[in-house]
Design a protein around this ligand. Structure first.
Ligand SMILES: Nc1ncnc2c1ncn2[C@@H]1O[C@H](COP(=O)(O)OP(=O)(O)OP(=O)(O)O)[C@@H](O)[C@H]1O
Ligand SMILES: O=P(O)(O)OC[C@H]1O[C@H](OP(=O)(O)OP(=O)(O)O)[C@H](O)[C@@H]1O
Ligand SMILES: O=C(O)c1cccnc1
Length: 465
């Protein structure tokens, strides 16, 4: 997508002009994190980093952006600065596809304050949305077990969000998408069946199936619920499957899009098998989500492939991930944001996050946040409850934030969507089951080093007096 630097909120530019005019232009550190897991779940899947790095490397204001800003009262010298604007900062980040948890930095930006401020909205827009959708996809994957998952959501996505949703769905564990543009741009598998309109246009379902199978015999999936699934659609599909066999071809599948999907899939499987068509797959769609798929599995539904649209690409029912971007250092000095709500008090300093790994190589269930310059963190303390602490000296510490961009240029190789999806799968395999369940998942611990907690509390006291 063609994104320019004007893809931001006006207040970022207004603040940037003040920084520019008053030379209040020191180096800063901003943290990206979120406060609550979406869907009342126990984790999130971090997504969107590759898109963010690509966009930042090429970010510029266009001449029409500059003209628009001139008309909105921005002064000449600042507009001249914006004409040459490039993001030249550093980014340290978790790996895209990793399993992440609330309140700990997922990514840190270190840059001149003007640049860091201008990119805030863009960064949040990309990371919040893709992380939300990758997390939803991961939950759907958890329910579907080894079933094939196809994204069919573009028509229901929030405008151009569908483009990014299809990418994030693959990262979270989907196998393919109906979205042609996303499949082309991200080199992800494109797939699809047929719509009711195709059959309706013929009037005669059998004729419609025959034409489709003749012209598109490869990966042919016939939609069998337009008139009556078991009495009309399935017998017609079996007739066409037999005709395909006589031509040396194979029908790939039939799709169910209404009714009781457990009952219909079981009946369909039996009837197909009895007709000697055990290889024909059953695809199901119709407002699926992680809960419906879990229930279908529990009912013994015989579904090989699940097509999921609306609930996936809109991140239903959450609609948005509340990821934030908070200032933690200005010119090497720690900065904090206070709040009556303690969970909203920010963490000062440039930081590192360590994941605790147990003796089996699995996630122990705790991430510790320390000041970047600190030596090994031997004990992590609860951010707000001083009675709670954990000795982590014997556990393996995996540092999570790695340098991905320096002086505006990426310093890590490009990763394809399928590489990121593979990585995400390997990380999910290390997360114990109790964090994955939908109801009352186990709460993953986030702790601070003693030093970070002391520094934060000192700053809180300073600002309160
Ligand atoms: N056996 C089942 N167990 C649980 N949920 C199911 C089962 N079968 C279907 N569903 C889900 O129930 C909902 C059914 O919705 P609805 O009643 O609107 O569909 P329908 O009437 O069968 O189809 P349509 O309205 O598209 O013609 C969908 O979300 C579907 O995925
Ligand atoms: O249900 P979703 O998860 O969003 O999946 C995509 C849906 O989109 C298509 O039909 P559409 O909804 O356009 O029409 P229909 O409901 O009349 O089949 C398709 O047949 C699926 O049912
Ligand atoms: O290929 C399909 O079957 C499809 C694609 C988009 C939406 N509904 C169905």
């Amino acid at each position: 997508m063609n994104i320019t630097a004007a893809y931001t909120d006006l207040y970022q530019l207004t603040m940037a002009q003040v920084y520019f005019s008053t030379k209040h232009d020191g180096r800063v550190v901003f943290d990206y994190y979120y406060r609550n897991n979406p869907f009342d779940g126990g984790y999130s899947i971090f997504a969107g980093l590759e898109d963010l790095l690509d966009i930042l490397e090429n970010l510029k204001f266009s001449s029409s952006d500059l003209l628009f800003l001139e008309q909105h009262g921005f002064e000449r010298a600042f507009l001249d600065y914006l004409r040459d604007f490039r993001f030249q900062g550093n980014i340290r980040s978790s790996k895209e596809g990793d399993v992440v948890f609330p309140t700990r930095p997922i990514l840190q930006v270190e840059a001149n304050i003007i640049e860091a401020q201008i990119i805030e909205t863009l960064l949040l827009n990309i990371l919040n949305f893709q992380t939300l959708i990758a997390t939803k996809a991961s939950r759907i994957r958890h329910s579907a077990k080894d079933g094939v998952l196809l994204d069919m959501g573009l028509r229901r996505a929030h405008a151009t969000g569908g483009y990014y949703a299809s990418r994030a769905a693959i990262i979270g564990g989907f196998d393919g998408t109906s979205n042609v543009k996303a499949a082309e741009a991200y080199n992800i598998p494109a797939s699809g069946t047929m719509a009711h309109s195709f059959i309706q246009s013929y009037g005669d379902e059998l004729e419609a199936f025959r034409d489709f199978a003749k012209v598109r015999p490869k990966n042919c999936v016939l939609l069998i619920d337009t008139y009556n699934t078991l009495k009309i659609g399935l017998p017609n599909a079996i007739t066409v499957a037999k005709e395909m066999e006589s031509r040396g071809e194979q029908l790939m599948g039939v799709r169910l899009d209404s009714g009781d999907l457990a009952y219909l899939s079981k009946r369909t499987r039996t009837i197909l098998d009895e007709a000697g068509l055990g290889y024909v797959k059953i695809v199901a769609s119709n407002q699926l989500d992680e809960y419906v798929i879990k229930s279908l599995k529990e009912q013994g539904a015989k579904i090989d492939i699940f097509g999921v649209g609306t609930n996936l690409v809109t991140g239903k029912p959450d609609a948005s991930l509340g990821g934030v971007y908070k200032l933690s250092e200005y010119k090497g000095e720690p900065r904090i944001k206070l709040s009556e709500n303690i969970i909203k008090v920010s963490l000062p300093y440039k930081k590192q996050v360590y994941r605790m790994i147990d003796q089996n190589g699995l996630f122990y269930g705790a991430d510790a946040v320390g000041i970047y310059s600190e030596d090994k963190v031997n004990e992590m303390v609860h951010p707000f409850d001083s009675t709670k602490n954990l000795d982590i000296s014997a556990l393996k510490h995996e540092p999570l934030l790695e340098s991905v961009m320096e002086n505006g240029k990426r310093v890590v190789p490009f990763r394809t969507v399928s590489e990121i999806a593979e990585y995400s799968k390997s990380r999910m395999a290390k997360l114990p089951e109790e964090y994955k369940r939908f109801q009352n998942p186990h709460i993953y611990k986030i702790g601070l080093s003693n030093k970070l907690k002391q520094e934060r509390d000192t700053l809180v006291r300073q600002h309160k007096t």
